[in-house]
Design a protein around this ligand. Structure first.
Ligand SMILES: Cc1cc2nc3c(=O)[nH]c(=O)nc-3n(C[C@H](O)[C@H](O)[C@H](O)COP(=O)(O)OP(=O)(O)OC[C@H]3O[C@@H](n4cnc5c(N)ncnc54)[C@H](O)[C@@H]3O)c2cc1C
Length: 282
């Protein structure tokens, strides 16, 4: 089990935002979960892990609603679970929105604090929503990498696909750090490490800062960089399955590109060749 250290990036003096010693009782259908570790990546991004309730079940790739007991008028927001369904902790990867009703408080949590999490998980970035295939592409921007942190550490992903391709696009190189760590942790993982070392490949790109791969994912697909850098054949709807998670713009541009290439959107009721989830609303 990986326990994160606090931190390379230090936010302003952290102030604990969630009651640690005597957390208020959680509302019905809601768990109160103890924070185990927090790691700040940049002034916009952090991750944290909480204890997993033994009765909580979810499918890798799903999201839940989380809130904080310390906010006078509780606000719940959707969060993708970034850890696999077998893990005994639950990991989240979060944005810090200046003045954001949840994240202006959430970014101050510390080990020993509590968060609230609704008991029901849901979502379409799950293996069940895709038809069988050979390669699984997971294309993400920003915190949209979170559900793929769950799926790349799930053995079922490697049982169902011969190759898994994870891409992550952010504005700056420092924002790619979570994905780099995820790749390292996954390849060293006792459960999926061997399979991941053979089958999982990753491409990070930046849109604003210079880096080894610069450009939006749409551009990297269009000009063939994604495929040439990773030595892959171009998309083929017969063999490839694709998951998208990012901003509304990223998703709508990619949907158009994929449908032009013969891909069709799937759902829990009707599995198909690609699936989508927005990483945030707005
Ligand atoms: C299905 C789903 C899954 C989600 N999973 C995650 C997750 O794993 N991690 C996460 O940090 N957020 C996730 N979000 C967004 C999350 O629900 C909140 O919007 C976010 O935590 C900010 O909450 P807030 O109350 O502080 O601000 P909000 O009032 O919710 O948001 C204010 C504004 O901040 C911007 N914003 C919100 N979230 C993000 C983001 N993640 N990246 C960039 N800009 C953003 C938007 O412009 C939004 O209008 C998810 C959203 C959805 C719909």
């Amino acid at each position: 089990m990986t326990h994160f250290e606090q931190t390379e990036f230090s936010p302003n003096p952290p102030t604990s935002a969630a009651f640690s010693e005597h957390p208020p009782e959680a509302p019905s259908n809601t768990y109160s979960l103890e924070v185990v570790s927090v790691r700040h990546y940049t002034d916009r991004l952090f991750s944290f892990r909480v204890k997993r309730p033994p009765a909580f079940r979810f499918r890798s790739g799903e999201f839940v609603m989380i809130g904080l007991p310390s906010i006078a008028k509780p606000v719940y927001r959707a969060y993708s679970i970034a850890s696999p369904s077998w893990d005994d902790e639950i990991e989240f990867f979060s944005i810090k929105v200046p003045g954001g009703p949840l994240t202006e408080h959430l970014q101050k949590i510390q080990s020993g604090d509590h968060i609230w999490m609704r008991q029901k998980s849901t979502g379409t970035l799950v293996l069940d929503c895709l038809l069988p295939g050979n390669r699984l592409f997971m294309l993400s921007t920003g915190t949209g990498i979170a559900p793929f942190g769950s799926l790349v550490r799930d053995p079922e992903s490697y049982e169902k696909f011969d190759q898994i391709v994870l891409t992550h696009t952010c504005r700056e190189s420092a924002e790619l750090r979570y994905g780099h760590d995820l790749m390292e942790r996954t390849k060293q993982d006792p459960l999926v490490g061997d399979a991941a070392s053979q089958s999982l490949v990753y491409l990070g790109s930046t849109t604003q800062e210079d880096s080894p791969t610069k450009g939006r994912i749409t551009q990297l697909i269009d000009d063939g960089t994604l495929f040439s850098k990773l030595e892959l054949d171009a998309f083929d709807p017969e063999y490839d399955r694709i998951m998208l998670c990012g901003s509304l713009d990223m998703i709508s541009d990619l949907k158009t590109m994929l449908e032009e290439r013969g891909f069709d959107e799937g759902s829990n009721n009707r599995p198909s060749t690609y699936v989508v989830e927005r990483a945030f609303v707005g």
